[in-house]
Every structure is written in C-alpha cells, then in structure tokens.
Design a protein around this ligand. Structure first.
Ligand code: C5P
Length: 210
C-alpha cells in the first residue's frame, strides 16, 4: 500500500503522514528532507542553491544520514530547498531513492507513506491513496511562526509569512513537478480542522478508500 500526501508548507501534511504511518505500521518518508539536505549541503559548501551544476552534484552525492539532522529545519534551508527543487536535474537525481522507498519500504513494512509536493503526480502516480492537504496562508504562516518560536528561534511573523508566500509561489510556479493536487487526490483543507479531525478522516480514507 502506497499512500501519497502532498501539500504546501505548514499545511499539516507532515504531522498527518507521520501519524498515519505509525497507525498502519507503514514506513514514512518526508521527501522535503531530501530537498532540504541538498539545499543545506550547497549552503554549507558556500555555493548558490540556484546554480544548477552545484545543486546537481549535491543531489547525486546526497548523504541519507543527513535526513534527520535538526539543522535542516530552518527557514534559510527551506528557501534553499525550494531553489534546488526547481532544477530538473536535482529532481531526477532524487526520484529513484523515493520510488525505491515506496516500492520496497525498509524493515519489511507492508506499506509506505510519502509526503511532499509531487508524490501523487510524479513520484508515485499509481499510489493506492492520494491526499492533498492544504490550509489558508494565514493559518499556515501562524502555525510555522509558532513552531519556530517554540524551537527558540528568534523570528518575526511577517517575515515567516513572506518567506512562505515566496516559497509557495516558487513551488507552484516551477516548470517541473509543480505543487498541485493529483486529479484523483482527496483534498483536505485543514484551516478549520484540528489534527485529530484530519487524522480520523484520513484513517477512514486509507482503510476504505473513501
Ligand atoms: O516539505 P518541506 O517544506 O520540508 O519541503 C522543502 C522544499 O522542498 C519545498 O518548499 C519544495 O520546494 C521542495 N519539495 C519538492 N518536492 C517534494 C518535497 C519538497 O519540491 N516532493
């Protein structure tokens, strides 16, 4: 069973994906962490994330040990991630890893949950279940601001919101694998739903397919 979950930043897709994976005993892959790891590696080396050749080399030599690194969770890395993510050669370099994870989940898991921007459209177009999780920009910016503050980061809400608007525009406007719901995805708007309500709806959908 392959479960694809897409959506913009801070829509709640990561929380949902993680909970579903735990609930069903499926493996979980946060595909955003792949792009973040590439962006991070480029920044660490003092490179420009928008430079195609540099970003492609970083994607091809990606270190999977980096995927859980806390340093990937900053706003600067998120911006760099969305720049490298617009480069076709970077996306191509990361495709195999994602597809292999979905086809043969680690530890013999009976299923995989992948979340990202293009899972239902490009990475796993034949996924058994597809969800698109979204929320208004106001709700998402507030969520991300709260999250970053709770981590002790010194951020201002208007800047977090502007960064998110920029990143959404880049993700939805790029020519390869733009952020968009798959035609056959079930869309959840989490603006007025809490995590519990979304989880209950998603469990039902994964179980029954409706
Ligand atoms: O999900 P997260 O915010 O960690 O993703 C960081 C960036 O990686 C996104 O803004 C997007 O540009 C890129 N990304 C992508 N395709 C995916 C997952 C993430 O382009 N499947």
């Amino acid at each position: 069973m392959i479960v694809a979950i897409d959506g913009p930043a801070a829509s709640g897709k990561g929380t949902l994906a993680r909970r579903l994976a735990r609930h069903f005993g499926f493996a979980y892959l946060d595909t955003g962490s792949l792009y973040r790891a590439v962006g991070f590696a480029v920044l660490q080396a003092g490179g420009d994330p928008a430079d195609e050749a540099t970003a492609e080399v970083a994607a091809r030599s990606l270190d999977p040990a980096l995927l859980d690194d806390g340093r990937l969770r900053t706003d600067d890395v998120a911006q760099a991630a969305s720049k490298v993510a617009a480069i076709p050669a970077v996306r191509a370099a990361l495709l195999d890893f994602q597809r292999r994870f979905a086809a043969a989940p680690p530890d013999g898991a009976k299923g995989a949950v992948l979340d990202g921007r293009d899972i239902g459209t490009v990475v796993c177009p034949d996924a058994d279940r597809k969800m698109f999780v979204t929320a208004s920009i106001d709700v998402r910016a507030k969520r991300r601001f709260k999250e970053l503050r709770e981590k002790g980061l010194d951020v201002i809400e208007s800047a977090v919101r502007q960064d998110m608007v920029n990143r959404d525009a880049r993700d939805a406007g790029r020519s390869v694998a733009p952020l968009a719901p798959a035609e056959d995805a079930l869309v959840f708007d989490t603006s007025d739903l809490d995590a519990e309500q979304v989880f209950a709806l998603a469990v039902r959908y994964v179980t029954d397919g409706r």
